[in-house]
Design a protein around this ligand. Structure first.
Ligand code: G6P
Length: 606
């Protein structure tokens, strides 16, 4: 999983290219590189490390060029070394290629090229591409023909781009499964894995579809079919996000900024046209079985949906982790798959949807990124409108999806006449209170959460516990802790504890328990029982609860008390608190919050 950027213009594009890959760093950041053109031919600069560090150390901006491509890498094939960093060049040095995706038959292709006398300098799957371009160019003396022939040989997924000394004024790019788009302005034509590569310069984008390639130059662009070579008329789409919302706006990290943006993103989710969520409800009603699918955070969002919809609408929609979907789900024409995805590009989720489609099932998705692959694949799509989420750790996008699933659950309950219009409106009004409550809690409790996080940041093992819908709160909150702070945190149903895990309770295992409001009587009582079980073994319990101070004085070792709220929004508020707790633990541990290790924002490989 990697980020691709490209630019061609009248004047120097080096700065634009730099900003392009820097804005794409959330897609991968273990190494990066650029290919430019000067009077002597192609110039390649690359090294391991993040974009800023690379540009500074190698003094890259000194190299002026009117055309160039750049890449930020998240290693899949081959270690993090300079040799494996993109761009990768052909043996004769005439082609420089960047690639995102996986060439699944690359071993076979390497052997084939080796027999033709090509030598490989890297361990990557990508390096077969420049060598093939050279090989086919020598036969046809035509760059586009060489591109079409090369792509024909490739199995797997790719978004690729290259420049060549044979046509030094043009950038060539092609796509199958991995995302790729063009940015169109009068002075410069851009290329990117997504809008963030060029959003500072233009909002006019052309989305390249599977099986298409494009040739861009200073003042023109053409998109063609890889199979027929025919030109394709592509509409220019306006990007609705503004470039300011992609910036940090005074916060030390995007993660903190995005946690604080949640009141707005919840509002946006609640303002989405009713017809869009109605369409999803129609699909659920018409189908024999609906599955909720996502992976990572969005799998936990799906689990939230599973509980919320079961509770509100008495309908069991199983949540399945997208990577397990094909192995587990029984799909036919009567099925419906509702996918959750921030990026709309996640390989596992795309694979699940394609499988469902191949079996004749209906598909729908709640997605944040417009124009993304998932949004274009499904029968019905809801764009959640959360704006760019830059931090690799998902916060605001996940919460908005949970809110939308709650709206869908309420609508389904209304449709099934389980609640009347009055009750429906009452619950929607409760949801509408959430933004203001989050805002107030973030203002009033951030300092306290910071203090607690700093006090316990050296804890090595956390158990995150909750019952009912508080179980997905525990799962997602534990994932935040693992992802951003690299601290062992295990989400578990609180009732499961007594089936073995209690044996581990000692002074080294700390527990966080998500306690429901008292009104949720049975769940509340049962959760308190679990806490007693831990306390009876002298275990530490941080309780996140809604009771007034001193109510259960001896129950908790530490407590984080929230203002009383309705049971509908209580778990959502606790999730926000847990996001902040993970954030402050990570800052105490001096982690690289926005770019945590071994993680990429959208995993477009299997
Ligand atoms: C990766 C990311 C996670 C994300 C998951 C799903 O694993 O690292 O943070 O939750 O993909 O991504 P999506 O874009 O489909 O929501």
């Amino acid at each position: 999983m990697c980020g691709i950027s490209g630019a061609v213009g009248l004047n120097d594009i080096s700065q634009a290219l730099y900003e392009g890959i820097r804005n794409l760093e959330y897609r991968g950041y273990d190494s990066c590189g650029v290919a430019l053109v000067n009077s002597k031919g192609l110039v390649l600069k690359k090294n391991i490390g993040g974009v800023e560090e690379f540009y500074r150390k190698e003094n890259v901006l000194r190299h002026k060029s009117r055309i160039g491509i750049a890449h930020t890498r998240w290693a899949t094939h081959g270690k993090v070394t300079r040799e494996n960093t993109h761009p990768l060049s052909s043996s004769d040095g005439a082609f420089a290629v960047v690639h995102n995706g996986i060439i699944s038959n690359y071993r076979f292709l390497r052997e084939k090229l080796a027999r033709e006398g090509f030598h490989f300098k890297s361990e990557t799957d990508t390096e077969v591409i420049p060598h093939f371009l050279e090989y086919f160019y020598k036969k046809s003396k035509n760059v586009e023909a060489a591109l079409a022939k090369t792509v024909e040989a490739l199995e797997g997924s790719f978004a690729l781009a290259f420049i060549t000394s044979h046509q030094p004024d043009q950038i060539y790019c092609a796509k199958r499964e991995s995302p790729l788009m063009l940015g169109i302005s009068d002075e410069i034509k851009y290329l990117g894995s997504d809008f963030n590569a060029f959003i500072d310069h233009t909002k006019n984008a052309i989305i390249i579809d599977d099986g298409e390639y494009a040739v861009i130059s200073r003042d023109s662009y053409t998109v063609k079919s890889l199979v027929t070579g025919q030109e394709i008329d592509k509409p220019i789409q306006k990007i609705e996000w503004d470039s300011e919302s992609s910036k940090k706006g005074g916060y030390p990290h995007y993660m903190l900024k995005e946690i604080h943006e949640q009141p707005q993103t919840v509002n946006h989710a609640l303002e989405i046209p009713a017809s869009l969520t109605d369409d999803i409800v129609d699909l659920i009603v018409e189908s024999d079985q609906t599955y909720l699918v996502g992976v990572g955070t969005t799998y936990y969002v799906a689990q939230f949906g599973q509980y919320i919809i079961s509770n509100l609408a008495e309908e069991f929609l199983p949540a399945i982790s997208a990577d397990e979907f094909v192995a587990l789900a029984k799909i036919d024409k009567g099925s419906m798959v509702l996918a959750l995805s921030q990026s709309g590009e996640t390989y596992d989720t795309l694979t699940a949807l394609k499988y469902a489609k191949s079996k004749g099932a209906k598909t729908a998705a709640i997605v944040n990124v417009m124009g993304s692959s998932i949004s274009r694949l499904v029968d019905k799509v809801v764009f959640q409108g959360s704006g760019p989420e830059i931090c690799v750790i998902s916060t605001k996008a996940a919460l908005s999806q949970i809110v939308l699933l709650t709206v869908i659950g309420l609508k389904l309950a209304l449709r099934k006449k389980l609640i009347g219009k009055k009750e429906f409106q009452k619950q929607i009004d409760q949801l509408k209170e959430l933004p203001e409550i989050i805002h107030a809690v973030l203002n009033e409790r951030s300092g306290f959460i910071h203090r607690i996080a700093h006090q316990y940041y050296k804890v090595k093992h956390w158990l995150y516990l909750g019952r009912g819908v508080y179980y997905p709160v525990a799962l997602e909150s534990a994932l935040k802790m693992k992802e951003v702070a690299y601290v062992h945190a295990e989400g578990m149903p609180a009732g499961f504890l007594k089936h073995g895990t209690l044996a581990m309770i000692d002074q080294d295992i700390y527990s966080i328990v998500f306690v429901p409001p008292r009104e949720d009587k049975e769940l509340y009582q049962a959760t308190l029982h679990s806490i007693e079980e831990i306390r009876a073994r002298s275990g530490f319990v941080l309780g996140i609860h809604f009771d007034e101070r001193g109510k259960n004085k001896d129950l908790f070792s530490e407590e984080l008390i929230l203002p009383p709220v309705s049971p509908l929004i209580a778990p959502l508020l606790q999730l926000v608190i847990a996001q902040l707790f993970a954030y402050f633990t990570a800052t105490s541990l001096k982690r690289d919050v926005d770019k945590p290790r071994s993680l990429a924002k959208s995993v477009t490989v299997g």
